[in-house]
Design a protein around this ligand. Structure first.
Ligand SMILES: [Zn+2]
Length: 411
């Protein structure tokens, strides 16, 4: 992932629309980005629209195996979860590496250059975590392994279901000990996750957050996806899940809260005031019958937004980006809550930050991840325009992908 070379883009997004852009890459990073110059000999020509790579902030690779089987069945969220657990159980390292390679390949072809893999399959300790890192390395996508602490079956301290038992390390100290054995490398970051306030008690949450903060590692959590979590938290802790995180010192700009749907006005100001990133997973949330969160309000309160393909039933960063806006239109009866530029930032630079990567913008010094779309016929004559990009393009329009200065997709 430390390639070098020269590319020449017909049109590119540099924070503004630019033409004839020479992109010079050295050792995996952008060395210079110069608009308005003709292509020197030896430069790879990119026709169409070139832009920074997309960040897929929340993925569970194994859930791709549910694609096509649960959308039209499997009951409500909690019944869907039981189906999902059955798929969680059936992997060995060799199967999982092969399967995850297919999922990550699909992400790359959709223009995603970094994935946050929220990982809780611990049946072989770090075996499947290392398999998923190996899969990412082999296909050439950046990965932040967000390895989750997962200890209990619910907030009353009930034990894990039979199938959840393999997710658990027993206690947070053992989770931390296992985490210390995971290694970062080129294209690999290790981040921490508290599975949810349901699955991790307050004392253990603090251990996970402390582990992450000691290492400057991203910290993620599933938050308030379903009303049952909020009700249970109110009953057991006497406060909402967000208030619980505030009380335990977990909120901060290094935290990404995934979903954040059932949050009240106080929760919104706590999350925004602490600059917690909010990861929306629109296509999965639709499938599961999750409601639509107050994303506009969270952004106004100070949160950065980002997006994830979550269950991977759909892998399309353009669909995730416009979905944030379009779902809120139906939920609120209002239009244009977010400008295309805000959605684009969420899908690129703000998502990359939530995963701990210095990428997502075509600027010297940044990691050299960039994608080109050239299939959509309009793109060949239109001026690059983020409104058209976000609302009218799809994963299938991606024709070229470069990660760390290495071409990984070229159609
Ligand atoms: Zn998730």
């Amino acid at each position: 992932m430390n390639g070098s070379g020269l590319w020449h883009a017909e049109q590119a997004w540099l924070g503004y629309r630019a033409e004839d852009v020479l992109i010079e890459v050295e050792d995996g990073r952008l060395k210079a980005v110069t608009a308005g110059v003709s292509a020197p000999a030896g430069a790879v020509r990119l026709s169409g629209w070139t832009m920074p790579g997309f960040a897929n902030v929340h993925s569970h690779a194994f859930q791709h195996s549910l694609r096509g089987t649960v959308e039209s069945g499997a009951g409500d969220f909690w019944e869907w979860r039981q189906e999902m657990y059955r798929k969680a159980d059936s992997w060995d390292e060799a199967d999982y590496i092969k399967f995850a390679m297919g999922v990550f390949r699909e992400m790359l072809e959709a223009g995603i250059t970094a994935v946050g893999e929220f990982h809780y399959l611990h049946v072989f300790g770090n075996g499947l975590g290392k398999a998923v890192i190996g899969a990412a390395n082999q296909v050439g996508i950046r990965i932040t392994l967000l390895d989750a602490c997962y200890l209990r079956g619910g907030m009353d301290g009930r034990p894990l279901d039979e199938v959840q038992k393999t997710f658990s390390d027993g206690d947070a100290e053992r989770w931390a000990h296992r985490m210390d054995e995971l290694e970062e490398g080129p294209g690999v970051r290790i981040g921490a996750a508290i599975h949810s306030v349901r699955a991790v008690d307050p004392a253990s949450m603090r251990i996970v957050a402390e582990w992450a903060r000691r290492r400057n590692a991203p910290l993620h959590i599933h938050l308030a996806e379903q009303p049952a979590e909020v009700e249970e938290c109110l009953a057991v802790e006497g406060c909402t899940p967000t208030e619980l995180l505030a009380r335990e010192g977990i909120l901060g700009p290094d935290l990404t809260a995934v979903h954040a749907i059932h949050v009240n006005t106080l929760d919104v100001s706590l999350l925004g005031g602490s600059k917690v990133s909010i990861c929306a997973c629109t296509t999965t949330e639709r499938d599961l019958g999750d409601r639509v969160g107050p994303i506009r309000a969270l952004a106004d309160a100070g949160s950065q937004l980002c997006m994830g393909s979550d269950s991977n039933a759909v892998i399309d960063p353009f669909e995730e980006a416009r979905g944030v806006e379009l779902d809120q239109r139906r939920a609120t009866g209002r239009r244009v809550l977010h400008q295309p530029e805000e959605l684009f930032r969420a899908a690129t630079v703000d998502g990359m930050r939530a995963l701990g990567w210095d990428a997502g913008a075509l600027r010297p010094g940044m990691l050299a991840d960039f994608v080109t779309i050239g299939y959509e016929p309009q793109v060949l004559w239109r001026q690059l325009d983020l409104g058209y990009l976000v609302f009218c393009c799809s994963a299938r329009d991606v024709t070229n992908v470069v990660v760390g200065g290495k071409t990984v997709v070229s159609k």
